[in-house]
Every structure is written in C-alpha cells, then in structure tokens.
Design a protein. Structure first.
Length: 418
C-alpha cells in the first residue's frame, strides 16, 4: 500500500467527490455538416449501419428538407438525393430506428411561423437506407406536435410529451407507443408531470428514461423511468444540476448522458452528466466541451462513441448563432476511476487553504486539473517535486482537484478561503 493511502496526522484525508460519480470524456472536433455553411437547430438524427443521418431543422429564416449522411470511419458528410417526402420541410420532429429501418415524423412545417403559418405535423415516414425509399406509415391519431422526446424499447417507439401549439402553455404530457410491426399507435400512461417538452430521453436494458425538459415556463430536473411491460412511470434520482431544456441525450456503455441545453434564452449550459440505472445515480462528466454552449443540438451514437453538434443560441436580444459543428466524444476509453466514495484517498493540506496547497502522493509524474463544482476547468498544470499547487488566483469556494498519473487518478473536494 502506498503512503497516499494512509491517514497522516496533520493531513486532511478527503474521499474523492463524495456522493458524486465522475468520469472523463475526450472530445474531438470533426468535420462540419454541409448545409448552407450556416448551421441549423431543431434537426433530427438517426443511426443505421454505423452511419449517422441528419435531416430537417431550421436555419436563419430557412427551413431544411435535406438528408445528410455522416460516416465516422472517414469523417465525411455527403448530401443524399433521397430527401424526405411528405411536408415541404420539417423541424423539431422525432427520429428513431427499429430493426434497421429509420422513422421520421411529427414536428412542424414552417416552424415558428417565420414566413407563413406554421403547421404542426402528425405524419410518420419509414426510411430504408438500402434502397433510399421513403414509405408513409400510420399518422399519430391525435393533434400534431413539436419538441417531443422519443426512446425505443422492445422494438416499439415511445413518443413523450411535446408542444401542441406554438406557445409555452400548450405542452402536453401524453405518451404514445408506435409499433412498426403492426403499424399502429397506442395511447399509454401519461408522463407524471403536467406537461413536458424539449427533454432528454434514452433507453437502457429494456427501460425508458426521460430527464430535464420544460413544463410551460418551468425548467425541470426530474427523471422518470418507464416500464413498458407494466405501462408505469417511476420517479428516479433528479438530474444533479439546475433544471434545463433543449438538451442532447444519448447512451454509451449502458449509461444515459444528458448535456448542453439551458435555462431560457441567454443562459446556456456546457456541462454533461450521466445516469447509471443500476445504482440510480447521476455522475458528472469531466472533459472540456470547448465549443460554445447552445440549445436544440443533435446527437447520435456509433459503437461506443457519441457525436454531438448543430443547435442555436441567442445572445442579448438579437444576436443569433446557428451551429453546424460536429464533435466526437470518447468516454469509454477515458472512464478511468468512477467512484462515489473511493477507497483510494488523497491527502491534501492545508484544507481549507488560502491558495497554497500540498498533496501527499508517492513520487511520480502527475498532472493536476482543478474544476469548479459545476464542472468548468479553472486551471491545470504539472505537479512539481515539492508537490505544491498554487491556487491563489482562484476565488474563494469549493473546487474539485484531480490528480492524474499513468497508474491512478485521484479526485478530492478542496476548499479555498480568502
């Protein structure tokens, strides 16, 4: 056992980030998507045969009806000629894959009524990636809606909530099941909140999960699990940050990730958290998302890597930015230590400190990273022979100290008092 595992007199021994799982992610910038060179929001993505497809959305007074294909193996986007049929354009709809076929539907035509009246859609189309053919399927037997969430369980899709109109007061909490084998829609148990839109959704081990989102003007942090066999919703651990909407969500390594989004306009989030259904706990995802924060991005997964991009943000009252960037997240390769109260302790002293701190670890090469409690990296460096870390430039408060070597990663909560 190394001396870093012993409690020494005069040293404060702190369990690493008590109560919060942590993991590391590596983000890599990839090729931008193609459309107009100006970006999009409210688009829809799906993955078939290890390729990602992007369709629809809205971009600076233009509605899109394209279909782009991204190949992660070559990092190349291409426009396909088999563009979606049906309405002239579609934004803020749903997309999902069952048995090698993709389904795209709902959403709105002329989203936001920028030019002409918007029309909420309830149609659904099946896409065959082999032939490129689009086939119309049964329409939702209810009013059309935008900004719904979707997950797939047991080869059936579940459409959760959404916006039945074009104001925040018209959200719904309805849940509809679509069975492609029977081409049939079935009403299911309502979502347990009064309404829900712009939420994150994912499925793990035969259960569906919905987290965050918007209910009217309230931004939610609730998480619920859906059991399709019993048609029942069960509350789970709340999202560990403030409520947010317009998020992206995906599953990697049997964990559900929710990130980006915001709290209304002009208040955006860059952080990602992940949910482990086995423990019913959320963890914070370390790793620099260096691109701007935003609402209404898109995400997809190929293998054990996630891809995130596009979206929109408003700064001030009139400065709008539409994104077409694309980023790959590799989390499995960098998970390293994931712990709530780790048995590997890190001695940090003095703690609290006015800024000069020392760590007690065996000799070796270490880098250190310091994060705010909400996950922003504040400083980093190489640990010197004196094993001292100068944090006098940081404001008073609590931080997460991460110490990394080739063999071990340590994390501890530290406090600065000025």
């Amino acid at each position: 056992m190394t001396k870093s595992l012993f409690f020494k007199k005069g040293l404060l021994c702190i369990a690493a980030i008590a109560g919060m799982h942590t993991a590391n992610a590596q983000w890599v910038k990839k090729a931008d998507n193609l459309q107009f060179q100006i970006g999009r929001w409210a688009g829809m993505t799906f993955t078939v045969n290890n390729k990602i497809y992007l369709t629809g959305g809205y971009a600076n007074l233009q509605w899109l009806n394209d279909l782009q294909e991204y190949d992660p193996a070559t990092n190349v986007w291409k426009n396909l000629t088999t563009t979606p049929v049906g309405p002239l354009n579609r934004s803020a709809g749903v997309a999902f894959v069952i048995n090698g076929k993709a389904y795209v539907g709902l959403g709105a035509e002329n989203f936001l009524s920028i030019s002409g009246a918007a029309k909420n859609l309830k149609d659904l189309w099946e896409y065959n990636p082999t032939s490129g053919a689009w086939t119309q399927k049964a329409s939702l037997p209810d009013s059309g809606r935008t900004e719904s969430s979707v997950f797939v369980v047991n080869n059936k899709a579940y459409i959760v909530g959404g916006n039945g109109g074009f104001t925040s007061g018209t959200n719904t909490n309805q849940v509809w099941e679509y069975d492609p084998a029977a081409n049939k829609w079935t009403k299911k148990a309502d979502y347990p909140e009064p309404s829900i839109a712009n939420a994150g959704a994912f499925a793990i081990n035969g259960k569906g999960y919905v987290s965050c989102g918007r209910a009217g003007t309230e931004y939610l942090k609730k998480t619920y699990e859906y059991n399709a066999s019993s048609n029942a919703w069960t509350p789970k651990a709340d999202f560990p940050d403030s409520g947010r909407y317009g998020v992206v969500s995906f599953v990697v390594d049997n964990k559900g990730y929710v990130g980006l989004g915001g709290i209304g306009y002009n208040s955006y989030k860059k952080t990602f958290f992940y949910y482990n259904p086995t423990t019913d706990k959320w963890g914070y995802l370390h790793g620099d998302w260096s691109a701007p924060s935003r609402l209404f991005g898109v995400s997809a997964v190929v293998g054990n890597k996630a891809y995130v991009g596009c979206g929109w943000r408003l700064d001030g009252t009139s400065t709008q930015t539409y994104y077409r960037d694309w980023h790959e997240m590799d989390v499995v390769a960098k998970l390293g230590v994931e712990n709530t109260t780790t048995t590997t302790k890190l001695n940090v002293y003095p703690n609290p400190s006015t800024g000069m701190m020392h760590v007690d670890v065996e000799d070796g090469n270490y880098t250190y990273n310091v994060y705010s409690i909400t996950g922003q990296k504040t400083t980093s460096g190489q640990l010197g022979a004196d094993k001292a870390i100068n944090l006098t430039n940081l404001a008073q408060g609590q931080y997460i100290l991460e110490l990394v070597s080739e063999k071990q990663t340590y994390r501890s909560i530290i406090s600065l008092s000025k």
